[in-house]
Design a protein. Structure first.
Length: 80
């Protein structure tokens, strides 16, 4: 993980974009008033988002399993 100030990244944007995509480096762009941003490859971003969606899905399954254990279910037949 690299931390680079705004002026440096502005003058060397291609270099830092290449580091993010080719070397899978995460680049933190430091700015005034702690309004920092992060530069990372689309591949890495997609992996992070997938992990977050998976975590949300697993949480829903856990909640559903807890409801089943507590008997909070409705049983219906095909005819219903």
């Amino acid at each position: 993980m690299l931390a680079v100030n705004y002026s440096t990244i502005r003058s060397n944007l291609k270099e830092y974009c290449d580091k993010a995509t080719d070397q899978y480096e995460t680049v933190i762009v430091t700015r005034k008033d702690e309004k920092n941003v992060v530069l990372l490859s689309l591949e890495k971003y997609n992996a992070i988002m997938k992990a977050a969606r998976n975590a949300e899905y697993l949480d829903k399954i856990d909640k559903s399993m807890e409801q089943v254990k507590q008997g909070k279910v409705v049983v219906k037949t095909i005819q219903e």
